[in-house]
Design a protein around this ligand. Structure first.
Ligand SMILES: NC(=O)c1ccc[n+]([C@@H]2O[C@H](COP(=O)([O-])OP(=O)(O)OC[C@H]3O[C@@H](n4cnc5c(N)ncnc54)[C@H](OP(=O)(O)O)[C@@H]3O)[C@@H](O)[C@H]2O)c1
Length: 262
């Protein structure tokens, strides 16, 4: 399967790396991108510039530009390639906006996250007009780089975008508090601090895979009148859950707003 990323920035690079970790060869992955920095990064990954490979048969275009650039990029694909199959990674913009321009193409939306790079992605997929067999091939493709969630309603894409597409950044943000305190006790040794944080997060992930009940997992760490209990009590009294939920809702709301902006 030959895949062209139209837009070769953060998410395209993460997903391309994930594909390469799985069974897809670099020979089958191409990019179109105007940004010199991203071009250099893609070149290092041995991904080829599609502008130099125009005779290649394209199976799938992946639209991975910012929302403001999406419609132009989409039109460019339609102007230059016959009957393209297009996957849009673009946040917010609904399929009806694209299909208004041309309703005879196969189009679906996929919302991956950057952990796809390690084969640990989570991709929400909403099918608009892909034929069944082609759709199943796409599901199979994204299952190679992690978990796939098939979304039955396009409105669920906003929830998914705000929670999962943006998800890694929330954890990086929370971990900044850990980093600040750990830097002090580790003599400003950033590498050491990074490996501590890595083990913490990895251990948390592996624990969840062993036991799916989060309350039991909390109880396995907290003991009566202990440090964890004190920490958790303080989080509760500061309404951390509510604050976090509010943040997620703001991201979901923003995804909906973007759909109305374009
Ligand atoms: N980042 C994530 O974690 C993530 C996760 C899921 C979905 N998404 C979605 O994926 C899309 C891309 O996000 P991103 O973070 O990867 O953006 P990004 O890093 O800015 O990458 C987009 C790339 O596309 C290039 N580009 C835009 N229009 C172009 C055109 N007409 N011709 C050639 N190149 C063009 C940009 O060049 P310039 O820099 O010159 O504009 C840039 O290099 C967004 O719509 C976002 O909502 C992102």
């Amino acid at each position: 399967m030959n895949i062209v990323f139209y837009g070769g920035g953060n998410i395209a690079q993460a997903v391309a790396k994930g594909f390469m970790l799985s069974t897809l060869e670099t020979d089958n992955i191409f990019y179109i991108d105007r940004n010199k920095k991203n071009q250099d990064k893609l070149k290092k990954l041995q991904i080829k510039n599609f502008k130099n490979e125009s005779t290649v048969h394209v199976d799938i275009f992946i639209l991975a530009v910012k929302p403001k650039d999406a419609i132009n990029a989409y039109k460019d694909i339609l102007d230059n390639y016959k009957n393209p199959k297009i996957i849009s990674f673009v946040a917010g913009i609904k399929t009806k906006r694209y299909l208004k321009i041309n309703k005879n193409i196969e189009l679906l939306r996929a919302m991956p996250n950057t952990s796809s790079e390690f084969g640990l992605g989570i991709t929400g997929i909403y099918n608009a007009t892909f034929k069944k067999n082609n759709y199943l091939e796409i599901i199979d493709l994204f299952e190679r780089i992690g978990e796939v969630v098939e979304l039955k309603k396009e409105s669920h894409m906003d929830t998914f975008t705000g929670m999962i597409g943006s998800g890694p950044a929330y954890f990086f943000y929370l971990l900044k508090t850990y980093e600040k305190k750990l830097m002090v006790i580790c003599d400003q040794d950033q590498k050491k601090v990074n490996s501590i944080i890595l083990n913490l997060m990895w251990g948390v992930g592996l624990s969840i895979s062993k036991d799916d009940n989060l309350n039991d997992l909390i109880a396995s760490v907290a003991s009566k009148k202990g440090t964890t209990e004190a920490g958790l009590k303080s989080f509760k009294s500061g309404n951390l859950n509510k604050v976090f939920e509010k943040g997620l809702s703001a991201a979901i709301k923003r995804s909906k707003e973007i759909s109305n902006e374009f």
